[in-house]
Design a protein around this ligand. Structure first.
Ligand code: E4P
Length: 273
């Protein structure tokens, strides 16, 4: 499984790349807002184009997803071209993120599919975002998407909200096989959790040898990363705080304390005379 880092914060991207475990970067307008807000709070001046160029340089050799901001075909296609033309020449690693259905209301529109198809025909790699159902992933792949990004954590939020369970924290674990409520497992048209959504997309894509790679997104905790890895998903895009959590175990820390305590002078002298 490849690991992408899900952030627009340069210090996080730089740090994670220095560990040799990162295979790509995903951003979205909210992640860019959070990165820039942090810099603004420190009083730093921001030149957004230089900022994006820095990310692309750090991630040279690995894909970086940049998202459009429009919600119809004309806007999204134009913005995708602007992003690609301005930034792909830096490190040749830009992927354009397009929402599967850019409608701002309940009803769908087809402009996402149209944009995915047109950009893919132009040879521009597309990461299709806001995938909340298997059916959307199938359509995105058929339209030519290089990647689809199912949002595991947001499906878990949705399932909890369905039963008015509001006092959970974003990073709380939600079981892969769902939660029983009044004799029925809470589900979204048969989907039991975010991990279950990803598992079902992996299953369908494998059955038909779809070439589109699946990026499990909206990941909230380290156990979710493990369960996602077990689905056979190609990629997990992981926030920095979850990467940190993946490293931690009480017994590892306890073992470390014991090793440090047991170093005898003779052994220390091997390293430091
Ligand atoms: C990445 O591609 C997604 O935009 C991101 O994982 C969404 O995560 P969130 O649901 O925690 O905002």
């Amino acid at each position: 499984m490849k690991i992408f880092i899900d952030t627009a914060k340069i210090d996080e991207i730089q740090e994670a790349f220095s560990w040799g475990i990162i295979d790509g970067v995903t951003t979205n307008p909210s992640l860019i807002k959070s990165a820039l807000d942090e810099l603004k709070n420190k009083g730093e001046k921001i030149d957004i184009e230089t900022y994006i160029k820095n990310i692309l340089e750090i991630a040279k050799g690995f894909p970086v997803s940049l998202e459009v901001i429009g919600s119809n075909f004309e806007e999204m296609y134009k913005e995708a071209k602007i992003l690609y033309e301005k930034f792909n020449k830096i490190s040749n690693n830009v992927v354009i993120k397009i929402p599967i259905n850019p409608s701002l209301g309940e009803k769908g529109n087809y402009d996402g599919l149209k944009t995915i198809y047109k950009l893919s025909k132009d040879g521009i790699p597309v990461n299709v975002t806001l995938i909340m159902k298997v059916e959307q992933a199938i359509l995105a792949s058929k339209a030519g998407a290089k990647y689809v990004s199912p949002f595991a954590g947001r499906i878990d939020d949705y399932l909890r909200n369905k039963i008015k369970w509001n006092d959970f924290k974003k990073e709380d674990y939600y079981p892969e096989n769902g939660i029983k409520f009044k004799e029925e497992v809470i589900n979204d048209e048969g989907i039991l959790s975010g991990v279950d959504l990803v598992r079902k997309i992996v299953d369908v894509f494998n059955k038909y040898n779809f070439e589109t790679e699946i990026i499990a997104a909206s990941i909230r905790n380290s156990r979710q990363v493990r369960e996602l890895a077990q689905t056979g998903v190609h990629i997990a895009t992981v926030p920095f705080y979850v990467l940190s959590e993946m490293l931690v175990h009480n017994k590892t820390a306890e073992g470390m304390r014991k090793f440090v305590q047991d170093v005898v002078p003779e052994y220390r002298n091997v390293f430091y005379k």
